[in-house]
Design a protein around this ligand. Structure first.
Ligand code: SF4
Length: 413
């Protein structure tokens, strides 16, 4: 993984965020809302909630490789081994009385006053939040989204906008305050600014050589996930962008001797980030862009039309789209980032963010004339990961790309 000067600012930003949410929950300094990663965070911030994102919490357990300790507790509680391993890691950790938040001086997962979901990504988030809602006897509210959308239509946007508006009275009751239009506009403006800066950071990887890769970006996207709608995220991405632009100008490569460039589709394998980063680097291959990191770009957000633009953003998201719309998107990204091939992660417990099972790799490979690789794995459950298989598959894939482009030489030798 690349060492960035901005990492100190990243740590400070995330540390302050976790301590702030924890203090709000444990000392009752402010109401706490749990929100799905692409739920209505801006609305929650405008109402004065501290916002906690359990998917980020679960990813921390995946990256720390503690998730497999916790999942069996959720399985024993009746939650299948086949469903989202974020969900089973998180609920299992709660049952074990442990949490990565303890490293920030908190006693455990911050308790929610309300849980707010958006089913645009999957049904699992709702089931996940309802478990806590029953446990803590607190309200669970949310948006029920259409899925597999070809073209985002105005009537779909209207329907989601009405659902956002319908959340307001329930959230005001928990927050003990009325929604202020100016605060909502501010949160949406901050969110859009964060999105634009994050997009600019990712776009630096379109340069050759790329100054950051997918594995770096999964770490540096933290503030875009947990501080969406807050000024702190904007401050952090100004710092990161300045560093990345400097590195791009200096031709400082994330992968030494970059020879090949790939696109990653699907979830990260959190417990193997460093191992995969090293493996690709060994073959002088930069994974320059990904659907996952791009999913925190919300270009439709508009402070002049906060609710409708939030609704549109939630429907334009990659994961909510039809196969055809997804394929067109990936084709555009391949062109933009000059990628030589696509790695599809078949994430065992997340069919929602896995695009391998209905023929997409083959269709895109034929349409674009590029090689594709399907890697079996999982976002958190390392029982689904074979390191030997992964190495063999990646090595063979890079050789295939090198053979198709003899002028580049064989990086695998
Ligand atoms: S999108 Fe996948 S990984 Fe994320 S919460 Fe849903 S099932 Fe879990």
């Amino acid at each position: 993984m690349t060492t960035f000067g901005s990492t100190a600012a990243l740590r400070a930003t995330m540390d302050a965020y976790f301590r702030d949410v924890g203090a709000a929950a444990e000392q009752h300094l402010a109401p706490v809302a749990w929100c799905t990663s692409v739920g209505p965070a801006e609305l929650l911030r405008a109402l004065g909630f501290r916002v906690f994102f359990p998917e980020n919490h679960a990813a921390m357990m995946g990256a720390a490789r503690t998730a497999n300790r916790y999942m069996p507790l959720a399985h024993a509680h009746g939650y299948s081994q086949e469903i989202c391993s974020y969900l089973t890691s998180d609920i299992g950790a709660y049952l074990a009385g442990e949490s990565p938040m303890q490293a920030y001086g908190l006693s455990g997962t911050p308790r929610a006053d309300v849980l707010v979901f958006n089913t645009n990504q999957c049904r699992d988030v709702r089931d996940w939040f309802e478990w806590y809602g029953r446990r803590w006897n607190v309200p669970v509210v949310g948006m029920r989204s259409p899925r597999a959308i070809e073209t985002v239509r105005d009537d779909d946007v209207d329907a989601i906008a009405r659902q956002i508006e319908a959340l307001v009275p329930a959230l005001e009751a928990v927050a003990g305050t009325r929604l202020d239009a100016g605060r909502l506009e501010h949160a949406v403006r901050a969110s859009r600014e964060c999105s634009d800066l994050w997009e600019a950071c990712l776009r630096t990887a379109a340069r050759r050589p790329a100054p950051l890769n997918f594995f770096d970006a999964t770490i540096h996207m933290g503030p875009a996930v947990v501080l969406r709608g807050a000024d702190e995220a904007v401050t952090y991405y100004r710092t990161l962008l300045a560093e990345l632009e400097g590195r791009a100008a200096a031709r400082s490569a994330a992968v030494e001797g970059e020879a090949f460039r790939l696109y990653w589709d699907g979830m990260p394998i959190w417990g193997r980030l460093r191992a995969l980063s090293s493996l690709f680097a060994e073959f002088r291959t930069a994974v320059v862009a990904s659907t996952y990191c791009n999913s925190w770009i919300f270009s439709a957000l508009d402070p002049a039309d906060p609710v409708r633009s939030m609704a549109r953003s939630s429907l334009e998201l990659f994961i909510v789209r039809s196969e055809e719309a997804k394929e067109d998107y990936i084709a555009r990204m391949l062109d933009l980032y000059h990628a030589d091939g696509i790695v599809f992660h078949d994430c065992r417990t997340c069919p929602n963010n896995t695009n391998t099972r209905y023929g997409m790799p083959r269709r895109l490979g034929e349409r674009l004339g590029i090689p594709t690789l399907v890697l079996d794995g999982d976002v958190n459950d390392l029982r689904c990961v074979s390191d030997e298989q992964m190495r063999t598959n990646v090595e063979g894939f890079i050789e295939q790309i090198a053979d198709a482009r003899p002028a580049a030489g064989s990086a695998a030798s």
